[in-house]
Write a protein that binds this ligand. Structure first.
Ligand code: AMP
Ligand code: MN
Ligand code: MN
Ligand code: MN
Length: 289
C-alpha cells in the first residue's frame, strides 16, 4: 500500500500542544507512515520524537520551520531531513529565538497600550518557558475571554495593523535556505496559499527560492483549498520544484486539521520524498521523472 506522508507538524517545543512522544503516537494512530517534526525555529523535540518513532515503527524525518522574510513578507521555510545539532543551523535558529523573545515584549507593550495588561506573563505561562509565538498570545486572549476563538484573536489583536502586531526581520529567504542546506536538509516553502501576495510576486518568490537552492513547496497543506492544491501543484512543475505534503498540525483542539488527513499529491507532481530522503541530497530533482 502507498505510504502516508505528513511532513509538517508541531509540538509544545514551539506553538503546538502535544509533547513529541504524544505527537508521534497520534501520527501512528492516524496511519501516518512518515512524519516530519517541524517546530518553529527550534529542533529541541527531535530526539524524543525519533525515539518514540523507533518504538512505534514509523519513520520520523527531523525538520524545522524557519521564520524568514522576503520583500517585507514573512515566509515560512520548512527544512526537511536536517541534521539536528548542526552548528550553522543551530546558531541561526538561536538568533531567531532571540528575536522572538524581544518581539514578545513589544507585542505585550502594544497590547498594554490598547488596554490589555499582563499578556507577556500569560503567554509565557502557556509557552512553558519555551519559545514565544503569537499563538501563545492568541491562546491567552481566548482564555481570558478577550477573543472568542483563535481566528478572532489574530484578526482583532495580532495581525498586521492591530495593536499586538510587531514587524520582525527574522532572516532573509536566502539565509534560511543556506542554514537548511548546511544541515543537509531540503528547503520547502510552507503553505504558499497563506501568503497574501499576488501571482506575479509569487512567481518572483519561487524564482528567487529556486535560485538560492530551495528544493520544493508544500502543494498539499492542512490550510490549502482544493483550488490551491491544483494551482501550487502546477506551479511546482513550472518552477521545477518538488512537491511536499504536510498538515501543519498544532493541536487536537484544532479539529479541522489532523495528522495525515490530507488529499494526495496531484499525480503530475514530483514528491519531495521521491528518493525516500536518500542521505546526502538537498532534494535535487531526479534526472528523469
Ligand atoms: P509567529 O510565528 O509567532 O508570528 O506566529 C505564527 C503562528 O500563528 C503560525 O505558525 C500559526 O500557528 C499561528 N496562526 C497564524 N494565524 C492564525 C490564525 N488565524 N488562527 C490560528 N492560528 C494562527
Ligand atoms: Mn505555528
Ligand atoms: Mn507556518
Ligand atoms: Mn507550521
Amino acid at each position: 500500500m502507498e505510504k502516508s506522508y505528513d511532513l509538517h507538524s508541531h509540538t509544545l517545543q514551539s506553538d503546538g500542544t502535544l509533547t513529541p512522544s504524544e505527537l508521534v503516537q497520534r501520527a501512528a494512530d492516524k496511519g501516518v507512515d512518515v512524519l516530519a517534526l517541524t517546530d518553529h525555529d527550534v529542533t529541541e523535540g527531535i530526539d524524543e520524537a525519533l525515539q518514540a518513532a523507533r518504538q512505534l515503527g514509523i519513520r520520523l524525518i527531523p525538520g524545522v520551520e524557519v521564520s524568514a522574510n522576503w520583500e517585507g513578507t514573512t515566509i515560512h521555510v520548512v527544512g526537511l531531513d536536517i541534521e539536528p545539532g548542526n552548528e550553522i543551523l543551530e546558531r541561526g535558529l538561536a538568533g531567531l529565538r532571540q528575536q522572538r523573545n524581544d518581539r514578545a515584549l513589544e507585542i505585550a507593550a502594544g497590547l498594554e497600550k490598547a488596554g490589555i495588561a499582563g499578556t507577556h506573563e500569560g503567554a509565557s505561562r502557556l509557552a512553558h518557558g519555551k519559545i514565544l509565538s503569537r499563538t501563545h498570545f492568541a491562546r491567552y486572549l481566548v482564555a481570558t475571554g478577550l477573543a472568542a476563538d483563535m481566528g478572532k484573536a489574530f484578526k482583532k489583536y495580532l495581525r498586521k495593523g492591530k495593536p499586538g502586531f510587531v514587524r520582525s526581520d527574522w532572516c532573509s529567504l536566502e539565509t534560511s535556505v543556506e542554514w537548511i542546506r548546511a544541515a543537509g536538509g531540503r528547503a520547502v516553502i510552507a503553505h504558499p496559499e497563506r501568503y497574501t501576495i499576488g501571482r506575479a510576486r509569487m512567481e518572483r518568490l519561487l524564482t528567487a527560492f529556486r535560485e538560492c537552492g530551495g528544493a520544493g513547496i508544500e502543494v498539499v497543506s492542512g490550510s490549502h483549498t482544493p483550488g490551491g492544491v491544483e494551482r501550487f501543484g502546477r506551479m511546482a512543475c513550472e518552477f521545477e520544484l518538488l512537491a511536499s505534503r504536510g498538515s501543519d498540525f498544532h493541536s487536537p483542539e484544532t479539529t479541522w486539521i489532523e495528522l495525515g488527513r490530507l488529499p494526495r499529491l496531484p499525480e503530475y507532481c514530483v514528491p519531495v520524498w521521491h528518493d525516500d530522503f536518500a542521505a546526502g541530497s538537498n532534494g535535487d530533482r531526479p534526472e528523469q521523472v
